[in-house]
Structure formats: structure tokens, C-alpha cells
Design a protein around this ligand. Sequence first.
Ligand SMILES: Nc1ncnc2c1ncn2[C@@H]1O[C@H](COP(=O)(O)OP(=O)(O)OP(=O)(O)O)[C@@H](O)[C@H]1O
Ligand SMILES: [Mg+2]
Length: 412
Amino acid sequence: MHVSDLALTDFRSFTDVVVGLAPGVNALVGPNGQGKTNLVEALGYLATFSSHRVGTDAALVRQGAQRAVVRARAVRGERSAVVELEIVAGRANRARLNRSPVSRTRDVLGIVRTVLFAPEDLALVKGDPDGRRRFLDDLAVMLTPRLAAVRADYERVLRQRSALLKTAGAAGRASASSLRTLDVWDGHLAAAGAQILAARMTLVAALAPHVAAEYERVSAGQGDARITYRASVEEAGASGEAVPGPGVAASSGPALSSGAATSSGAPGTAPDVAVLEAALLEAMARLRTKEIERGVCLVGPHRDDLVLALGDLPAKGYASHGESWSMALALRLASYDLLRADTSGEWSGDGEPVLVLDDVFAELDARRRERLAGIVAGAEQVLITAAAVEDVPEALDGARFDVMGGEVTRVR
Ligand SMILES: Nc1ncnc2c1ncn2[C@@H]1O[C@H](COP(=O)(O)OP(=O)(O)OP(=O)(O)O)[C@@H](O)[C@H]1O
Ligand SMILES: [Mg+2]
């Protein structure tokens, strides 16, 4: 797919702007602070309902305005659809499809698909697990929009159950009624958690070969990039507590899937949701005293991690700066590969996302730059932001826009 028109009203620094994007390469060029990232952030928001820069929506609405509106036309061959989101800080978004309101906002998920690579992605490698979990969940939702509801459900249940554990812990001893309530929340957490786990494990198994291949491509055959999923429920199995260990996960708990994306990394069939649900329930029962003492949920997808390794060493704490960049880039390019190959869902046959590279080329050395340019040159649509024209590799010929003073002008 590609996006032909992107319109922003009161989004970030823009009052009103419409950009007519071309298939192929689109370079957005302008001095610092002129709104280049704001533009691609808006497009990314349509794809994931979240910003790659901030966790809350308040910063997305232009200072002094009440609401922001982002609209884009997604084109797939002969078909096209106009997706529109209205963002009001602190309230649920409102969505329109082809100018008509939809009953559920998530009905428009999956129409605009993007893979966005930005300097913030270095945190995928160097930062905390929550960024990597978000990476997996955002991608899983893009592939299977129905999971958006499961994800929201899980977050709600997690908040409620944590609050309950805290109250029980503060009281010194949990009352019989709070234990009964806890049983109910255990059930909810296990049900939603198992679906998220299954989705992530399947995704990691599918991503792994692409990450290895893309890492090799961007780094010119150096290094051997591996990803594995570390599930707290698996680790809770033997030791009695979910403790993140060093390096790549060692399997100690019950066999949660037939090999797919578990610690063994061996290919296998999809993980069984019922088995995962039972394992979560069992772990919560075993950890209950500890959970009440500490007032936190100790097991579940919110305690898991995506482990990135180069050869036998974890990337985090070991990889060089350049290697970390290559790893982050490999994760994004692998996502791109998966989405492109995805033929499920309503838009089957055209899962190809828009590839967005925000300020990326300036960060790479000449060789990596050239390789990346070669890789993205064949994409249906690529948006590139750069502060200077020289930062856009010559091989990436296409449309160019000046971004300046709240205006976006096509100059080529
Ligand atoms: N909610 C908002 N209301 C008004 N202005 C905003 C808002 N959020 C961000 N801005 C402004 O948008 C500008 C940043 O835009 P953006 O990050 O897109 O710049 P950029 O062109 O990508 O710059 P760089 O080349 O440095 O990456 C800043 O000047 C910032 O003050
Ligand atoms: Mg920027």
C-alpha cells in the first residue's frame, strides 16, 4: 500500500497542512524543528494509535488547540480508503472511515500500515524491556488488529489486580473475600495474558529468521543476530519466582509450546493458548504469597522480554554503538518483511507497509547508508526525513518536499 494524501489539523506544530505524497521515495527536508518528524509521527499514529515519541496524546495536540485531526488516504491497487482520527488529550480517539464515523475506533486499524525507524529505536536495543514488549505488541496488532482489544483488556486487568494485591498486602493479611476476588482476577489475567503470550511467541518465531537475514544485510555479513522470547511464566516454573536471568533464556518451566519461539528457538507449531493459560494460573497460585507481600503481579507478559543477541552475547550491554544501530534496523526491516508477506485479513494480498526512515541516514556510516539505501529502494513507498539534502543517499531518487515554517512544499 501507499499513502497518497496526508492531512494534519492542529497536530503538533501544524495548524493545517495537506501533503500529496507520491509512490516511491518521498524525502522531507528542512532545518531542525520545522516539523519533519511531526509529519511522519502523524502517519505512524494512524497505523498504531500511538506515537513513537511520547506515551500520552497531550503533546500531539497543537498548543492552544482542543483536538488534533490526522487523515490519510491509503491506496492499494485500484482500491483506496480514507482513514481519519481525531485526537483529544485524555479522551478516547474518534475514527472515521471514508468520512463516516465507525463504531469502534479499532475498525480502522490495519488500513494504514507503517514501519517507522527513528533514532529512538536505539532504545530497543539499549533500553528497558518495556520498549521491546511494545515493539512486539505494536507489530502483532498491526498483523492482527483484533489483538488491540486483548491488549487493552490485559492492561486493565493488570491495573486492577495490582491494586488488589497492594490493598491485600497493606492489610497485612488478605481476607477471605479479597482472596476470592483475586481468584477472579487471576482468571482474567491468565485468559488475556495467554493470548498475548501466544501472539508474541508466534511473532518472534516468524521474525527471527528475518532479523538474522536483515542484520547480515545491513552489516555486510558480520555478526549473527538472534532473537528469543523470554517468558516470565517459563522462568517461574523451576525457581518459584520470575527472575530475569542474564543472556538468552534457559528453559526451565513447563513446555509452553511445541518449540515455537520458546527458549529453544526451534521451529515448531503455534503455541497452545490453553496450555499457556493453565501455566499462568498455576504460576500465580504458586506465587500468591509473594505477590501479596510485594504488591505486584510477578508473572505474565508484562514481565517478559525480547532477548536480542549477537552470536552468544546479549546485544544489550555488549554490542557496540554501530552494532546496536544495525540490530535496531534489523528489527524494523524484519517487521517490514513480515508485514509485506502478510496475506491475511481484509487487505489480503497487500500487506506492504509504508517504510518511514526518520533522520536515519545521518546516523549511519557510509557503508551502512549505502546498504540501507539499496534495501529500501524497492519499497512501494518510503518517507525519509533529513535536515540536509546531502543526508539523503543519491540512490534514493524521488519526490522531495521542503518543510519549513508550518508549510510543506513539493520541490521535486
Ligand atoms: N503540541 C505542540 N504544539 C505546538 N508545537 C509543537 C507541539 N509539539 C511539538 N511542537 C514543535 O514542533 C517542533 C518539532 O518538530 P519536529 O520534531 O517534527 O522537528 P524536525 O523537523 O523533525 O526537527 P529535527 O531535524 O531536529 O529532527 C518543535 O519546534 C516543537 O516545539
Ligand atoms: Mg526530527
